[in-house]
Design a protein around this ligand. Sequence first.
Ligand SMILES: [Zn+2]
Length: 151
Amino acid sequence: MDCCAPSYNTGVAKTECPSCGEKSKNVQLITLKSLLKASALETMEPENSYVFCSNPACSIVYFSGNHSQTFAASDLKVPVYQKNPSMDVPVCYCFDWTRERLLQTIGNDRQPADQIKAHVQEGRCGCEVNNPQGACCLGNVSAFVRGLNQG
Ligand SMILES: [Zn+2]
């Protein structure tokens, strides 16, 4: 399935995070296989479904659908945008748009979101293996840039 198609996340069942209770979306196993460190991956249970918690206040990144297992940010090879406020953390993982790089484009004619959208339309994105949330970053990019322009 195309990770950036508008239909990608619709109809996905939501499961409550065992730590913070936020209702969260399932991610594909390929996302965990790509992004978990070996020590965490070695404990992953492929028969389980896994869910991504996007709550910035919660330390859990992934949990299994039956709540038997959780993974924290330290279990991932990459920093997690939702859990890490540093400027060098990617907002768009596929095309390496960090907060810092987005900040530098304020006032430019070519907006990052438009550049990312163009790549998405050409079929170059791979959010399911690059982005811990396992889905398109464009909503995060737009929200972050909106926040910059308001500040
Ligand atoms: Zn949580």
